[in-house]
Write a protein of this length. Sequence first.
Length: 178
Amino acid sequence: MRVVFLPLILVGVVSSVFVKKPALLVSPDAGLIAFQENGSWIAGPHNGLETHVLDAWRRAWPLPVQASVSTSSCNATECDLAIGRRFVALWFALPPSEARPEACQGEEFVISAAPLPEDCHPPLYIDRFTVWREGAIAVWVQSDGLRLVSDRSWRGARLWVPRPGFRGVPNLPLARSE
């Protein structure tokens, strides 16, 4: 009887080989940003609290992990790369204030681990406030461009599921007096 389910188990195991991996991942607090390059994950600088996120990504999409400083497209504070047909700037720290206007205007897509200032909003961006509102974000390359999938869009905006970062006010009416 157990042999009947063996083909289903094999299909489940083999199907992971054919699943398309995301090109870029941003953790729920933007503390970890990783992208694919040459068959491995390139992870930006992160603290020890993000290790569990990186381990979860490795289990979901098994590829070796390298530090961003070991690649030619990155330095200690940023990476410049092409994902699909878009040029993407990953900022692990904001550029200095005197260089920021030029950096903000010259980029098509910016992913920042820090909140972007009001005067710096490129046409497409993901910053710390974006992931605070939407949750973790994955970017896939498609024939017509990039597809961004956030935790909130995947899970759905249901009334009983608070949005990420929600600190909320109770739904109960407030007391008229103590």
